[in-house]
Design a protein around this ligand. Structure first.
Ligand code: TXA
Ligand code: MG
Length: 328
């Protein structure tokens, strides 16, 4: 059997030659190509079914690689990079002209992050180029947190899948834009907003709007399973669903099982980090059961809870609907 160094070596060669490789990061699995090869990057969009208006994150192996990609790094961005790289923080900065338009969807900015997963870092180093990579899932679906998730959905459509085990963080990176006067949070993620604000002070939070996504890819319906998922519910309206096959996505140990067909518990002790790490795999397991409905419990909106609630709202169909109504 090929050892992991040999596989990474082969993966790097595929990237150098213009191929596409799925690889683990600490957040979710990515689907990567040489960021400076527009034809290779185009294949990522094709394989994912991703619209070209949705720009990609460029992954680097060292903070110094940023100089190849961006014009300048504001001091607040520098501070955060010093603190959180390698790790789940993506910064959006003004791009250099040589960054291909297909990577940035024609925007004057580019999103960059340095992942923490040793396999990802090794791959980028050996490929010797920044790697543009979205999450390795079909567009709109949940992000993969294991190599098996990638195999099941993209399988033979990618040149190689690197298996680095389950992703320890489990939700995507936090995205912060530095292209306006004030830093702007585009997506809550693996680095807590509280930690960021303790270093650079207040950050503006971009609202989730249906008509005008704050960042091109931040569509309100996203990260979604096939089964309808509902977050605004109470035990009162369960009776309404008698006879239907319901799954429960529970944050902690559930008090009662509400006559559900299956229950997934994100963290028995109610730990938000553990819950985030289990989130997408748990929803996938529920989604495989041919349920009529998934009821998701809400979690406290602090720390990693912000990212969890953001993903649950986007995954559900009821994010813009009055919570007082009855279930669909
Ligand atoms: O943790 C992560 O960030 C994972 C792993 C693979 O690194 N990647 C990831 O990529 O979640 P993706 O493509 O699924 O989400 C990237 C988000 C999109 O919503 C996109 O709109 C936003 O980043 N984005 C990329 N470039 C941008 C830019 N120049 N300005 C604003 N938003 C940008
Ligand atoms: Mg994605």
């Amino acid at each position: 059997m090929e050892n992991s160094n040999d596989v990474i070596h082969r993966a790097a060669e595929i990237i150098r030659k213009g191929g596409i490789v799925a690889f683990p990061t600490e957040t979710v699995y990515g689907l990567g190509a040489d960021a400076f090869n527009p034809i290779a990057v185009a294949r990522i969009f094709e394989v994912k079914g991703r619209p070209y208006f949705d720009p990609l994150i460029v992954h680097v192996a060292s903070p110094s690689d940023l100089d190849k990609l961006v014009i300048e790094i504001p001091s607040k961005a520098k501070k955060l990079i010093g603190q959180f790289w390698p790790g789940p923080l993506t910064v959006v900065l003004l791009k250099k002209e040589n960054v291909p338009d297909i990577v940035t969807a024609g925007l004057p900015t580019v999103a960059v992050r340095m992942p923490k997963h040793p396999m990802a870092l090794n791959l980028i180093e050996q490929a010797d180029c920044p790697i543009a990579a979205p999450s390795a899932n079909p567009f709109g679906y949940l992000s993969p947190t294991t190599a098996r998730h990638v195999r099941e959905q993209l399988g033979d459509r990618v040149d190689l899948i690197l298996d680095g085990g389950p992703c320890p963080v489990g939700v995507e990176s936090t995205i912060l834009s530095f292209t306006e006067k004030e830093p702007l949070l585009l997506r809550p993620g693996g680095v807590e907003l509280e930690e960021i604000e303790s270093i650079i002070g207040r950050v503006k939070i971009s609202p989730m709007k249906e008509d005008k996504p704050s960042s091109p890819g931040m569509l309100p319906r996203h990260y979604a399973p096939r089964t309808p998922i509902v977050i605004n519910w109470s035990e009162k309206n369960i009776d309404f669903h008698r006879g239907r096959k319901i799954g429960l996505l529970s944050f902690k140990e559930p008090k009662n099982c509400l006559k559900c067909y299956h229950v997934e518990v994100l963290s028995r002790k109610g730990d938000l980090r553990e819950a985030a790490a289990n989130l997408f795999a748990a929803i996938r397991r529920l989604d495989a059961l041919n349920l009529d409905l998934i009821l998701a419990e809400t979690v406290p909106e602090v720390g990693l809870g912000r990212a969890i609630m953001d993903r649950l709202r986007r995954a559900s169909q009821d994010q813009f609907i009055d919570s007082s109504r009855s279930l669909p």
